[in-house]
Design a protein around this ligand. Structure first.
Ligand code: 1GP
Length: 251
């Protein structure tokens, strides 16, 4: 399998210190708005676009990926909320196992269902241990996955999960507060996890300010994800500020 995106992401870490992903939920934008949003993302120094959602209501997932890919000058990576979210137009897929939960469907069941299609379309997989934390009210990811999130005041539990992901051969861990979470994952959790593992950390959920992104990068996160924030407002300047806060190397 071609590991083009995997190599590119390592390059981003080496060159910039950390990278910035924008998450696009296919339900949130109509085609014209989606095209202009991706153009805005292109000029903001973003390092990749994630496409996916825990619960899609009315959207055509494949069409969204195709449009994003047509406009984007950065890799388009599927962040799947279900086995339906696979498309040959993406550059790669986060091949996620929801390791914080004990729901066999999200630990291995859905992966088995999606694997033959992924093989057929020759889509690059990025094996990722997905860890959902309780950060305020119940999020869609928690509800839809029917799993118990990790407690954010027990770093030792988070560390043990992240280590297990690494020992199972996963290439990333994604520390997730849930889209629209009241608070992001506490920086001290990121710091403790990053000091115990050698694979890179992606984190997202409830990050609304560049300073929160910078604090998490300083604590060891290698990729920061924002989603909701730019659904609610079109603010190219703020997107630039996020990219600047995250890209700490070479400043
Ligand atoms: C959710 O981590 C992402 O999976 C992004 O969360 O929408 O809260 O930025 P937000």
């Amino acid at each position: 399998m071609n590991k083009k995106v995997t190599k590119y992401l390592h390059h981003v870490i080496d060159e910039k210190g950390a990278g910035y992903f924008i998450l696009i939920d296919p339900d949130t934008r109509k085609e014209k708005d989606l095209r202009s949003f991706v153009k805005q993302v292109n000029s903001a120094g973003v390092d990749g676009i994630l496409v996916g959602g825990s619960l899609l209501l009315g959207s055509d997932f494949s069409r969204t990926v195709k449009i994003v890919k047509e406009e984007s000058n950065t890799p388009v990576i599927i962040f799947p909320g279900s086995t339906q979210q696979v498309s040959p137009d993406a550059d790669a897929i986060l091949f996620i196992s929801l390791i914080s939960g004990r729901n066999p469907n999200y630990l291995i069941g859905d992966q088995v269902l999606a694997a033959p299609t992924i093989k057929k379309i020759n889509l690059e997989t990025i094996p990722t241990g997905y860890m959902l934390f309780q950060c305020g009210r119940t999020t869609t990811a928690e509800y839809m996955s029917n799993t118990k999130p990790l407690p954010p005041h027990k770093p030792e539990i988070a560390v043990a999960h992240a280590l297990a992901a690494q020992y199972m051969g996963m290439e990333y861990v994604y520390l997730e507060a849930g889209s629209g979470a009241d608070h992001p994952i506490p920086a001290d959790i990121i710091q403790k996890v990053s000091s115990h593992i050698s694979i890179p950390i992606i984190t997202g959920g409830g990050i609304r300010k560049p300073a929160q992104a910078a604090e998490r990068v300083n604590s060891g996160a290698k990729f920061i994800v924002t989603g909701n924030l730019f659904n609610a407002q079109n603010d190219p300047d703020l997107m630039n500020k996020f990219a600047e806060a995250i890209h700490y190397k070479g400043k």
